[in-house]
Design a protein around this ligand. Structure first.
Ligand SMILES: [Cu+2]
Length: 344
């Protein structure tokens, strides 16, 4: 300790000044360190799916894995029929629901309706964005208020479409929002590139004369990673009157499809008002089956398989010669034709 009263006044003032400056400098540097660590919250963007040329769609989140600091904002941009659900097992999409005493097939309310508002603080647990039905914003944001750790989320509609958010401590430097968005774009690009290459091989196999006369049609691509090529392979088939055609959504597919005519677009759900509770989101005419597998289809007759999931098949018999167009109600541009020749 200095005996300050023994020092000349000027020296004493100078020492005090230096000490004061030291305190200020110390405070400033600790302030700077704090600012560097708890930097302004950043907003990161995750793309939820993407559509591309050739009726191709990516069913993935990009970047698939994202690092954030506590307090950062994460914004998902929904480019398809997806939800963001902090859970690990998808819920069934269609359930039986009681609509004013009547049991109807309906979209699972646990998927359809949000359990948290966009823009909210997320501090853990099972939360769901809800589905981007008409009138719902495709943008969904959460402010991440979580302990360091790894948090998984997924889309209930597309099993395997999942992402991870890793919260790291403030002293860990993480890629910027710009860098993570570039990474995400690269992930989508690589997925689509591989799928387009696979498509060339699938087409070579399915557009042969033999395949076109087989009465077998694949719905969408299989084994093309997180990309789906939403077309029929082959998109024309030639049979004789009285024969049948079988549409198969292959095992390695990641997307449901249907086969229908005429097209019914954009009516996925038919809300039914129920007193005192949210409406029952009954399966709408776009998705509902009109015909059973094995049915005989007459010229001009409307038909729809309803949703056909990977691994499932649907058949129809055509007894009259003619040209029968068909489509997939949920993928405009996914079209085909059955050409029925007179029986020999
Ligand atoms: Cu489809």
């Amino acid at each position: 300790m200095m005996q300050s009263n023994s020092m000349p006044r000027l020296v004493k003032l100078g020492l005090l000044g230096a000490a004061a400056l030291g305190v200020v400098a110390g405070a400033l540097s600790s302030q700077l360190v704090t600012l560097a660590q708890d930097a302004e919250p950043q907003t990161f963007t995750i793309m939820a799916g993407a559509s591309s040329a050739g009726n191709a769609e990516v069913l993935a989140f990009a970047p698939q894995s994202l690092q954030v600091h506590r307090g950062d904002m994460v914004t998902w941009v929904n480019n398809g029929f997806h939800n963001i659900h902090f859970e690990t097992e998808p819920l069934p999409l269609v359930v039986m629901a009681d609509a004013n005493g009547q049991q109807v097939p309906a979209m699972n309310p646990g998927i359809v309706f949000p359990s948290i508002d966009s823009g909210s603080v997320y501090s853990g647990g099972d939360v769901n964005s809800g589905l981007p039905l008409p009138g719902v914003s495709p943008i969904f944001s959460l402010q991440i208020d979580l302990e360091p750790g790894t948090y998984s989320y997924m889309c209930d509609i597309h099993p395997g479409m999942a992402g991870v958010i890793t919260v790291v401590t403030d002293d860990v430097t993480i890629p910027s929002p710009f860098e993570t968005s570039l990474q995400g774009a690269g992930e989508f690009g690589a997925t689509l590139g591989a799928a387009f290459e696979a498509n060339a091989a699938i087409e070579a196999q399915t557009f042969t004369d033999e395949a076109i006369h087989s009465g077998q049609i694949n719905m969408g691509s299989a084994d093309t990673g997180r990309a789906t090529l939403n077309q029929f392979y082959p998109f024309a088939t030639v049979i004789k009157a009285g024969e049948s055609v079988t549409w198969t959504n292959p095992e390695g597919s990641i997307e449901p499809h249907l086969v229908a005519w005429p097209p019914v677009r954009g009516q996925d759900v038919t809300p039914i008002e129920v007193a005192g509770q949210p409406p029952v989101m009954a399966v709408g005419p776009t998705l509902a089956p009109l015909t059973n597998s094995g049915d005989a289809i007459a010229p001009g007759q409307a038909f729809s398989s309803g949703l056909i999931f990977p691994g499932q098949s649907f058949s129809m018999t055509f007894s009259e010669p003619g040209v029968y167009p068909f489509t997939c109600n949920i993928h405009p541009g996914m079209n085909g034709t059955v050409i029925v020749e007179p029986a020999a």
